[in-house]
Ligand binder design. Structure first.
Ligand code: NI
Length: 214
């Protein structure tokens, strides 16, 4: 699982991603968690590609990296717009391994990760493959719970960027799964909604227990 000091490892180099104008207002927002009813809302299309949208996107990245997570939809911070961000943060093979002492155990090394921030506004899936991939998924709105979910292994996605420009790309692997997971949020669907009723109830009970213990 993700190292608890991942956000520190990543540093605060968001200024490389966003021009200074948006940095001043950038903030970590509160992430809604189950059973917050707002997570069941269907988000509405983005129609205005303005500075407010760019500020929202900057906040989504800041909030996601801080959590830390690899994807976040606007509704997860209470904004019902069809906007989401993803950064799979793969290991950077060219970087020197970094010493990590964050786990209270013995010191060990982590391979630093690369930032690959991606923005998806009004995303659509055009032709999902029939073959499926299974990933153990988690969600910042369902903390500490992981479960295997089956989704189309390959998708062609179409979306707009923060300036309203349309893009299209064929995706597979973790990127395809992450985008489908985040797009579910826009329909008010959580990954646990893909589980059997029994497994979903077990997951929610486990979460309740963890909250009580915290
Ligand atoms: Ni999620």
């Amino acid at each position: 699982m993700l190292c608890s000091n991942l956000s520190e490892t990543l540093g605060n180099d968001l200024d490389e991603v966003f021009p200074e104008t948006y940095l001043t207002a950038m903030a970590i927002r509160e992430i809604l968690e189950v059973p917050d009813p707002r997570l069941k809302q269907v988000s509405t299309p983005v129609e205005t590609f303005d500075d407010e949208l760019k500020a929202l996107i900057a906040d989504l990245f800041e909030t996601m990296y801080d959590a830390p997570g690899i994807g976040l939809a606007a509704i997860q911070v209470g904004v019902p717009l069809r906007a989401l961000v993803i950064d799979l943060q793969p290991d950077d093979p060219d970087a020197e391994p970094e010493l990590c002492e964050a786990h209270g155990g013995h010191a060990h090394y982590h391979q630093p990760v690369k930032r690959e921030p991606r923005v998806f506004i009004n995303p659509e899936i055009l032709d999902p493959s029939e073959d499926l991939n299974i990933y153990s998924e988690g969600c910042l709105s369902v903390p500490e719970i992981y479960a295997e979910v089956e989704r189309p292994a390959r998708i062609r996605a179409r979306w707009q960027d923060e300036d309203g420009k349309t893009h299209e790309e064929v995706m597979d692997g973790l990127m395809a799964t992450a985008l489908q997971h985040e797009m579910d949020h826009l329909e008010g669907i959580l990954f646990i909604d893909h589980l059997s009723r029994l497994k979903r109830q077990m997951a929610l009970k486990k979460l309740e227990k963890l909250r009580k213990a915290a």
